[in-house]
Every structure is written in structure tokens, then in C-alpha cells.
Design a protein around this ligand. Structure first.
Ligand code: 4AD
Ligand code: MG
Length: 457
């Protein structure tokens, strides 16, 4: 395995002989030597390589060590006289792996807009911001697995292709091998799966199956929604983390959501100090305070009915109407979290009519045991509920929501055989990374965003 720049910067000693491989960020030619900053993606700060003129003279490839070129440097670590680093590499041998034509390489030293960077999705991972985002994203994923594994949750792999609409919202992509050049009605019985199939919007229904065998499980995988929302918080393909717990009610679900988010924020603060400092300085001056608060303070809690009262009394002129029975819009969610509570807030017991069929009906007959975690600036980051475990009530709810019960036969069956109270939630993974890093647009926290009209790279 090759040496990584992160380890060299943290553990390297003066006098060590090292070889680094990476991509040139900058090159400065001075009288006696040339400075090259090289980065291999392991860390924000690259390694400063000093090439003495004697070595440069013997290395014709040096002229091609331009921004974007891939190269290898071997030599000795020395104490750096510069103020930006403590050690640097005095190169004795240089190998150019692949040049990058300075006339056409799009990532020159100046700062580029995130909009522009999205058009060069194959090169933007080499920028400081995307590099920091991807390392924080990786740390979030590691923390998520660690949290659940330490608590005995089984990681289950739910299917990506499915025949049922979990959320019942009809925002499904169809998966087909049928040839659409022919005219007329589509006969899905002739299709690959012998029926109409979709990309999943959530692994929840299958996670519920697994929870009735393994008690505590979680999924972590891609989900797809054909929502035509061109916003800074929506993707057509995003990753979701969905824990599901048997013998658990809404209270237990809310507790898990809170402990879970606190754990992930603490993990990232502990493991990514350099990248978090970068976001604090360059992207959003409040990310460190927010992360610290997320990691250490309890969330606020409000019932939906209380939340509506708060919004009605706020004196705010909201764009969307506020009334009991209407769904909360992002402006309402943000008001509750950012201004009223000034921290994340869990809103629970929503009206049954605006929530999915599987949520457990409360005693009042009007609300369901649902909960959303609303975060400052992002709004909804987690959506979850206790599930309806009573066969008759569930069947009734499927029908009143205008859904065809047929594809849900097995889901209903779970209520016939060993049914127990159970609950779970879904965390939008990109919304978490967005919240963690302070990035404005969700398209900049996933390597290859899929949005209406865009599936490049
Ligand atoms: O609230 P949602 O729709 O809940 C479910 O899908 C449940 N089946 C989860 C469960 O209980 N197991 O979605 C969950 C989360 C949202 O809170 C949001 O963070 C994220 O998924 N999300 C999106 N993220 C990015 N782009 C989109 N289009 C998203 N839609 C939902
Ligand atoms: Mg939701």
C-alpha cells in the first residue's frame, strides 16, 4: 500500500524517506527550486514538495507538472521554513504519470462557482470543497454503521426494484425492458418481471419484514423519487438510512432518532476536524456551533397541534397557509426549528390524512403516531412513525388512501402472524451531510447528483 499524504502530514518525521503519488494542485517556480503542492484526496491540505534546480535539470518531465497532472515524488522529509506547513518533501526523484494540458484543464487555481463545478462532475472531486464534503460523507456513513452495529441492529439489504409504493405518493420511476416505440397501451404482464415494477422510494416495508425476525434492523441504500421538485433539498436519487425496531413505540422511535443524530455529529467532530474547520471558514460560519449543539443538547419536541398553534401565533406572513390539517411546508419547518426552538425539533402526531397509510392511528382517530425531525436551515431531515400493527385498521387505512390492497398482501400478512408494535424512521443521508457541512445545495453533497433533466456522469 502506498503512503498517504494525510499520514505523512500527521506522523511523518524529519529525515523519513517517503514516496507520494497524487495530483498537482499548484506549481511555483523560483530561482533555486520549484514548489509543487500535491494532493491525493486523503486530506484537505496537500503536501508541499520542493524540487531543487539540480533535480529539475535532470528531469525533463518537470515542465509538465502543471495543475491537474498525476505525479509521483520520492525524497526526504525536512522541516519547512514556510508558515503553512511544518514539514515538506525534498524530492530527489519525480515521475510524471499523466499530464494535464494547462490550455484546456478546467480547474485552474481561481475559485469556481458550484454551478460551474456541477458541469464538470468528473473533475470536481479534485476541488477542496468536494474533497472535504466526500470525506465528511464517508465519516457520516462510518458513524451510522458503528452506531447501529454497537447496538445490535442487523444491517439488511432491501431491494432496489419493487412492485409496491411504500409512501403511497406515486412518485415512482418505472423499471421496464419493454420497447416504447410501439404505440398503444402498455401491457406490463409482458414486461421483464411479469408486472409493473419500480425503483424503490424506501426500503421500509421490507425492513418491517426483517424486524419481525431480527427485532432491530436497519437499511442504508439508494432510494429514488420522481418528484419534480427542483429545489436545493431534493434529489431524484438519494441515500436513506432506515432503522426499524420491533417491540417499540413512537417514544422509543424519537429517542433513537435523537441519540442517533447526536452520535453521528459527535463522530464527525472527532474525526474530521480539518474538514469541519474548512466548512466553518469558507462555507458557513455557524457549522461548528450547530454541530456542537447537535452532538450535545436534547432536541425540542412539539405535537403537530402545538406546532400549528405556534405558527398561528407567530405573526409571520408565510407564503403557504397554516391550519390544522394542512401539511407543514419547509418555511414552517424552518421557523419552528430556527426561530421558535432555535435547535432541532421533533414534531409528532400528525393528521392521518396527510401521512402515509402505514402509520399507526392514534386513539383520537384523527392523528397518527408519526414524527419528523426538523433541523435549522434544512427543515425535515428525518421522517418516521410507529407502524399500524392491527390488521383491520391497516386494511382500512390502505383503502381510505385510495390504494390497491393487492400488492400489499404480504405486508398485511405480517399483521396476521406474530404482529407486534414496531416503529422506525428514515434519515435522508444527503440532508444530513448538507446540514453537517453547511452546503447550500444538496447537489453538492453527493458525487453524482440526479435531478430533473440531469443524469450526466
Ligand atoms: O419522510 P420520508 O418520505 O419517509 C419515508 O420514506 C419512510 N418510509 C421512512 C421510514 O419511516 N422508514 O423520507 C425520509 C427522509 C426525509 O425526511 C428526507 O430527509 C429524505 O428522506 N428525503 C429526501 N432527500 C433528498 N431528496 C429527496 N427527494 C427526498 N425525499 C425524502
Ligand atoms: Mg417525510
Amino acid at each position: 500500500m502506498q503512503q498517504r499524504i494525510k499520514d505523512i502530514l500527521h506522523q511523518g518525521q524529519v529525515g523519513d524517506r517517503v514516496t507520494v503519488k497524487g495530483w498537482v494542485r499548484t506549481k511555483r517556480e523560483l530561482k533555486e527550486c520549484t514548489f509543487v503542492n500535491v494532493n491525493d484526496g486523503s486530506t484537505l491540505a496537500g503536501l508541499q514538495v520542493v524540487i531543487p534546480n539540480t533535480v529539475a535539470a535532470a528531469t525533463p518531465a518537470i515542465k509538465d507538472l502543471t495543475t491537474g497532472a498525476a505525479a509521483e515524488f520520492s525524497g526526504e522529509l525536512v522541516r519547512s521554513p514556510g508558515k503553512n506547513q511544518t514539514i515538506e518533501l525534498h524530492a530527489q526523484q519525480i515521475h510524471l504519470w499523466g499530464g494535464a494540458d494547462p490550455e484546456t484543464y478546467p480547474l485552474q487555481k481561481k475559485r469556481h462557482s458550484f454551478e460551474f463545478l456541477r458541469t464538470i462532475g468528473h473533475l470536481r472531486p479534485r476541488t477542496n470543497t468536494l474533497g472535504a464534503v466526500m470525506r465528511v460523507r464517508n465519516a457520516c456513513a462510518t458513524a451510522i454503521h458503528q452506531f447501529f452495529q454497537e447496538r445490535g441492529f442487523l444491517w439488511v439489504h432491501t431491494p432496489i426494484i419493487t412492485a409496491s409504493d411504500c409512501e403511497g405518493a406515486g412518485e415512482l420511476f418505472t423499471v421496464t425492458t419493454l420497447d416504447f416505440t410501439s404505440e398503444g397501451n402498455i401491457d406490463f404482464s409482458q414486461d421483464f418481471f411479469g408486472r409493473r415494477a419500480y425503483l424503490t422510494v424506501s426500503g421500509q416495508l421490507e425492513a418491517e419484514i426483517m424486524a419481525t425476525a431480527f427485532t432491530n434492523v436497519y437499511t442504508f441504500g439508494p432510494t429514488f423519487r420522481a418528484e419534480n421538485s427542483n429545489t436545493s433539498r431534493h434529489l431524484a436519487e438519494f441515500w436513506m438510512v432506515e432503522p426499524e425496531m420491533a417491540f417499540c413505540d413512537l417514544m422509543g422511535d424519537m429517542e433513537l432518532a435523537e441519540t442517533f443524530l447526536q452520535f453521528v455529529f459527535r463522530y464527525v467532530l472527532d474525526h474530521c476536524p480539518e474538514d469541519m474547520a474548512f466548512f466553518q471558514e469558507r462555507i458557513d460560519h455557524s457549522v461548528m456551533a450547530t454541530a456542537e449543539q447537535m452532538a450535545s443538547q436534547p432536541f425540542a419536541r412539539l405535537s403537530y397541534t402545538e406546532a400549528i398553534q405556534v405558527l398561528e401565533k407567530s405573526g409571520r406572513a408565510f407564503e403557504f397557509p397554516v391550519a390544522w390539517g394542512l401539511d407543514l411546508q419547509s418555511e414552517h419547518e424552518r421557523y419552528l426549528a430556527e426561530e421558535y426552538c432555535q435547535r432541532p425539533v421533533i414534531v409528532y402526531d400528525y393528521p392521518a390524512a396527510i401521512k402515509a397509510f402505514y402509520m399507526r392511528l392514534n386513539e383520537d382517530g384523527k392523528t397518527v403516531a408519526a414524527m419528523d425531525v426538523l433541523a435549522p436551515k434544512i427543515g425535515e431531515i428525518i421522517g418516521g412513525s410507529q407502524r399500524e400493527e392491527r390488521f383491520d385498521v391497516l386494511q382500512e387505512r390502505i383503502l381510505t388512501q385510495g390504494l390497491d390492497p393487492a400488492p400489499y398482501w404480504w405486508y398485511l400478512d405480517l399483521r396476521r402472524y406474530g404482529s407486534v408494535p414496531h416503529a422506525g424512521f428514515g434519515l435522508g443521508f444527503e440532508r444530513l451531510v448538507q446540514f453537517m457541512t453547511g452546503m447550500d445545495n444538496i447537489r453538492d453533497v453527493i458525487p453524482f447528483p440526479r435531478t430533473p433533466g440531469n443524469a450526466e456522469f
